[in-house]
Design a protein around this ligand. Structure first.
Ligand code: HEC
Length: 259
């Protein structure tokens, strides 16, 4: 009997519905949705521009994810980049020379002899001043990039994971909170849609860790990213529709009844 009370309350007018919200509440929700929508698109663009270029070709692919997290273990990072996003930074002979030098063990003698001068001429203008890039002014600074590329480090994975989980959970909470007030959506579908982004977020982060050691899991990263983008887009668009089109459409028809 307690139960039936709960159910009654859930179906009563006590749950606010998007088409009936006050104008100011709708502007609050809409401002949030617009900013989050643009933010999601920017996040997509950023992923394309950083990870997307990891294999040297534009567009995100499973290879990009493998290169980013597992590394390209047949190559040094120098070689991967000089054949990829850094390919226009030096003439072909210089690139070949640097790649050979890395493949043959990055010797100190050759560094002093001529490699240092090449880095000085073609690379240091960025790789000593742009924060977050390895500095190529010294032998010690270049060595990690000349070693076999094993992808993201565990500390950087841990750092990115916790920022991602905390930050994005906040976004999904409010997206779900707003969408929860949509009318005419079956409760089971609504609950599933609200839970989906959280599930895919966990899958996404889990897949980075798995890919660090087992490159075959890279596909999961793509699925996770697409999964939560789609679910969020569905919720954001439905919410906008119910706040700004549904009330006026129904009024127009003269029904005046908002379900
Ligand atoms: C115009 C600025 C610029 C110049 C010049 C430049 N780079 Fe870069 N480099 C970047 C940027 C920005 C990134 C980060 C984006 C990326 O990885 O493509 C980067 C990334 C790299 C990375 C990957 C670093 C890491 O650990 O993630 C390597 C290796 C690299 N560059 C090598 C070189 C070499 C070798 C040269 C000289 C032949 C060079 N770069 C010249 C801007 C530059």
């Amino acid at each position: 009997m307690h139960n039936s009370n709960l159910v009654d309350r859930e179906h009563s007018a006590a749950t606010p519905s998007l088409p009936k919200l006050s104008f100011s509440t709708r502007t609050l929700f809409t401002g949030y949705i617009l900013v989050i929508g643009i933010g999601l698109m920017m996040a997509g663009a950023q992923v394309l521009l950083t990870h997307g270029m990891a294999d040297g070709k534009f567009g995100i692919s499973v290879n990009d994810i493998v290169y980013s997290y597992y590394g390209d273990r047949s190559n040094s990072k120098l070689e991967t980049k000089l054949n990829g996003s850094m390919q226009d930074k030096a003439p072909i002979e210089v690139k070949r020379d640097i790649i050979m030098w890395a493949q043959l063990g990055a010797s100190r003698v050759e560094w002093d002899d001529r490699i240092a001068a090449q880095f000085q001429q073609y690379c240091v203008s960025c790789h000593s001043v742009i924060p977050g890039l390895p500095s190529f002014t010294t032998y010690a600074g270049v060595l990690p990039s000349a070693a076999i590329d094993t992808g993201t480090t565990v500390d950087s994975l841990a750092r990115v994971s916790h920022i991602h989980l905390f930050g994005i959970a906040f976004i999904f909470f409010f997206v779900g909170y707003i969408f929860n007030q949509a009318v005419g959506v079956n409760t089971v579908i609504k609950s599933l849609l609200i839970f989906t982004p959280f599930a895919f977020l966990l899958l996404d982060v889990l897949s980075w860790w798995l890919t660090k050691w087992y490159p075959n899991f890279a596909l999961l990263t793509l699925i996770g990213g697409f999964g939560y983008s789609l679910a969020s887009a569905a919720m954001l668009l439905t919410s906008l529709y119910q706040m700004w089109i549904l009330p006026y459409r129904d009024q127009h028809r003269g029904s005046g009844v908002l379900r």
